[in-house]
Design a protein around this ligand. Structure first.
Ligand code: ATP
Length: 238
């Protein structure tokens, strides 16, 4: 697997009076943090890539492929949310199995892939548990395992570890980093924490008011050379 670029070519969208216009390229096979004030459009941008929302105009290209008219399930994308990623009445193994087959008609190949994904997220001994019998971190591991069995080269993370404590959040970020390096994924993740961006991200896209107003290597955002808009967001006008 080698993660593709994601290109936003003058992508326009609106929720009532909230207007968005995105024009940028997310680098291939790397981790990009999506940062910006509450309401700036970070989740909206992920939802457009995943196909949960449709641009009014413009194009989203993943690699060379235009995503227009492609249903979410047909996109080379997996997405993990802050919570409620799992079906409460299904076991860990079944929740992961949904990544292979919505009807849970699983082949021997599917079962092997599920077992591998559960092993690589450290959940192999909990495959018969229900989500309520897991900790918050374990539930997010199951969501990661389900993303892995889909074998999509793009992984979208919408603050998936925001409700975890700092030490566990750091561990989970390190696990995402290891998976990304092993699989060459293109990862786009929303975070409000600069320490998460510095731990995990190669690049940063900074959003304000429905637009990408700054972008660049993570290093250049996290020192005193950071773009002025980003420093304002961080509460340091310099
Ligand atoms: N389903 C929706 N219907 C109407 N308006 C929406 C919807 N989803 C988001 N919005 C509006 O669009 C704007 C951007 O929301 P979005 O969730 O993308 O921001 P965000 O940057 O992810 O914020 P946060 O950091 O608080 O999660 C906000 O003004 C929000 O109220």
């Amino acid at each position: 697997m080698n993660g593709p670029t994601i290109r936003f070519d003058q992508v326009a969208f609106a929720y009532n009076e909230a207007q968005f216009l995105f024009d940028a390229t997310v680098p291939d096979g790397a981790i990009t943090a999506l940062m910006g004030p509450s309401g700036s459009g970070k989740s909206t941008l992920l939802n457009l890539v995943a196909g949960f929302e449709t641009p009014k105009s413009g194009r989203i290209l993943i690699g060379e492929q235009d995503m227009r008219d492609r249903a979410p399930a047909a996109r080379p994308v997996s997405m993990i949310f802050q919570e409620n990623n799992l079906f409460a009445h299904l076991t860990v193994e079944q929740n992961v199995g949904l990544g292979r087959s919505p009807s849970l008609k699983l082949t021997a190949d599917d079962k092997r892939a599920i077992a591998d994904a559960l092993a690589s997220t450290g959940m192999q001994n909990k495959n018969n548990r229900l989500p309520r019998e897991l900790s918050g971190g374990e539930r997010q591991r199951v969501a990661i395992a389900r993303a892995l069995v889909r074998q999509c080269p793009v992984l979208l993370l919408d603050e998936p570890f925001a409700s975890l404590g700092p030490a566990l959040r750091a561990d989970m970020l390190d696990e995402i980093r290891a998976l990304q390096a092993r699989l060459g994924l293109t990862v786009l993740f929303v975070t409000h924490h600069p320490e998460d961006a510095s731990r995990l991200a190669d690049h940063v896209l900074f959003l304000e008011n429905g637009h990408i107003t700054a972008q660049g290597p993570a290093k250049s955002f996290l020192d005193e050379q950071a773009p002025a808009a980003f420093r304002r967001y961080m509460g340091d006008a310099g």
